[in-house]
Design a binder for this molecule. Structure first.
Ligand SMILES: Cc1cc2nc3c(=O)[nH]c(=O)nc-3n(C[C@H](O)[C@H](O)[C@H](O)COP(=O)(O)OP(=O)(O)OC[C@H]3O[C@@H](n4cnc5c(N)ncnc54)[C@H](O)[C@@H]3O)c2cc1C
Length: 499
């Protein structure tokens, strides 16, 4: 029985582990932290269960990645649909509600952006094509003959309608005359495609803009319950999941990855190794044995985004009644988004005592931030400057939240910040880079190949990138590839193919 070893218990790693286990592999997951989920984990602090990163759970509607996985594994997710998905607060004081219900959304968008209707119709058409293709095995970018054949099988006559958009961005198909409309699109795309309309690929961006209509869910117990469900399934079916086991090194012999060694000195031999990490982390784990293509990739790629988060324990009685659970605030539309100028806010459900003590609610606020300044302050050994910057961001996020949750400061009983340094520590993602690569071109997408035939990447660094739904699709793709034994090319997404 082949032994597959999975480094990391994020959603991508656990999904791959479960599928390989089901296919008859012996499976071992080594997770560095004390709980699973990584960026989609939930941590306990002073009576609150805070979602660390992910707060919006999509992909559970029929045909969605999580729904398909549940069918494959015969498991039940602890989720309930929510509508509205979230409310966007524009700088001019207007609120635009992202209704899951298509008819309500159509009425909402017509009222908010009447001139943009032709764009929305194109977006819906492209989203339908993209979601249709991704509902079948879609190993993009192809890295073997088997992938090419699977892609050919995934295509339908109607897929050809996407061809005119293959080299276009959302910015090229959206009206440019209303800066608030652009800011609205940019804010959605930044959280789902890691880039704004000017660069977001038209097909990927259209699918991402459709997320609210594809259904957003409340996860009972917090987002980490998804990873816990997978861990329970893996253990029930005979797989092993070990916590507090940080892999420190991957051993490569005669061109194949043969074993991993943890920081505690435990050694695990394996036939296949699946790394639920970023390319930078994989390069570090391989050290001298890293293929030249991987070394080059990690040197050439610019850093991806980081996140600044603020976890708040809020006293319910100071919060407005009938508050939606998710909000997105755009503070100013003339400045770039991120860095506190666009903030996502999620609250636990009212009365959910699994997430917060009686009369309280747990909230996660987040904004995109560049990782380098945080790391530089940390490395410069200047704790005062680092803490000062953290304080500035905490205040920015609270100020940004005010239009969405009037009086929020009065409700704060507990406040805990998270910077890229925090994310690097708790998720082991180098420099705290989160969210994967910006989805600007289908032809620069990164696949799971590493340059070592039995070693694979999984998670939000591989196409289709970030989100629990995205890494689930990636996990399905990697499991299929491991089972078919194909890995020929290492396509690093810079337009070159390394062999
Ligand atoms: C602030 C923020 C908000 C987000 N919001 C959303 C959202 O609302 N909806 C959504 O769907 N997505 C959201 N995302 C994105 C989503 O969280 C991620 O894309 C996804 O969870 C990443 O999964 P992954 O499989 O790449 O693994 P990761 O989450 O990166 O987990 C990797 C795991 O591997 C472990 N690990 C790493 N190195 C080692 C090692 N050497 N040895 C052992 N274990 C190791 C880590 O401890 C971690 O548990 C958000 C992300 C962030 C940061």
């Amino acid at each position: 029985m082949p032994h597959s070893l999975i480094i990391g218990g994020g959603i991508g790693g656990l999904t791959t582990a479960a599928l390989l286990l089901q296919a008859g592999h012996r499976v071992t997951v080594l997770e560095a932290h004390v709980y699973p989920g990584g960026c989609a984990g939930t941590f306990f602090h002073k009576g609150f269960r805070f979602d660390a990163g992910t707060t919006l759970a999509g992909g559970f509607a029929p045909g969605g990645p999580h729904a398909r996985l549940a069918e494959m594994l015969d498991l039940t997710w602890p989720v309930d649909p929510v509508d509205p998905a979230w409310v966007v607060h524009l700088p001019d004081g207007r609120a635009v509600t992202q209704w899951a219900d298509p008819a309500r959304w159509r009425a909402e968008r017509r009222a908010a952006f009447p001139q943009a209707e032709p764009f929305w119709q194109t977006q819906e058409k492209l989203a339908a094509l993209a979601w249709d293709v991704s509902s079948r095995p879609f190993p993009w970018p192809p890295q073997s003959t088997a992938d090419v054949l699977a892609l050919a099988r995934a295509l339908r006559p109607q897929t050809t309608r996407a061809l005119p958009y293959l080299f276009r961005t959302i910015g090229q198909i959206a009206p440019a005359d209303d800066p608030l409309f652009r800011a609205f699109l940019d804010a959605q795309l930044l959280i789902s495609a890691q880039t704004t309309s000017q660069d977001a690929h038209a097909l990927y961006g259209s699918a991402a803009l459709d997320l609210p209509r594809r259904g957003v869910n409340h996860v009972r117990g917090g987002m980490g319950a998804l990873a816990k469900t997978l861990v329970a399934w893996i253990r029930q079916h005979g797989g092993a999941v070990h916590f507090r086991q940080q892999v420190a090194r991957i051993t490569v012999e005669k061109g194949r990855a043969t074993a991993v060694t943890t920081r505690k000195g435990h050694c695990f031999a394996a036939d296949h190794i699946i790394a639920n990490v970023t390319p930078w982390a994989l390069n570090d784990l391989l050290g001298q044995a890293a293929p030249r293509s991987l070394q080059a990739e990690t040197q050439h790629r610019p850093p991806t985004w980081g996140a600044f988060t603020l976890y708040l324990g809020l006293e319910e009685r100071y919060l407005p009644a009938d508050l939606a659970t998710h909000h997105q605030v755009i503070v100013g539309h003339t400045r770039p988004l991120g860095e506190g100028n666009s903030v996502f806010i999620s609250l636990s459900e009212p009365g959910d005592t699994g997430r917060a003590p009686e009369g309280m609610r747990a909230a996660t606020l987040s904004t995109h931030t560049a990782v380098t300044p945080w790391q530089q302050l940390r490395q410069a050994g200047s704790p005062a400057a680092y803490c000062e910057r953290r304080e500035v961001y905490m205040n920015r996020l609270l100020a940004a939240a005010e239009p969405a949750i009037p009086g929020i400061r009065r409700a704060v009983r507990l406040s805990l910040p998270g910077t890229p340094v925090t994310f690097a520590y708790y998720t082991r993602r180098p420099s705290g880079m989160v969210g994967g690569f910006p989805q600007t071109s289908l032809f620069q997408a990164r696949g799971p190949a590493t340059g070592i035939p039995n070693l694979w990447l999984v998670g939000d660094s591989i196409f289709p990138g970030q989100s629990t739904a995205g890494v689930t699709l990636g996990g399905m793709r990697v499991a299929t590839a491991v089972l078919s034994g194909h890995q020929v090319a290492h396509h690093v997404g810079d337009g070159r193919v390394h062999r």
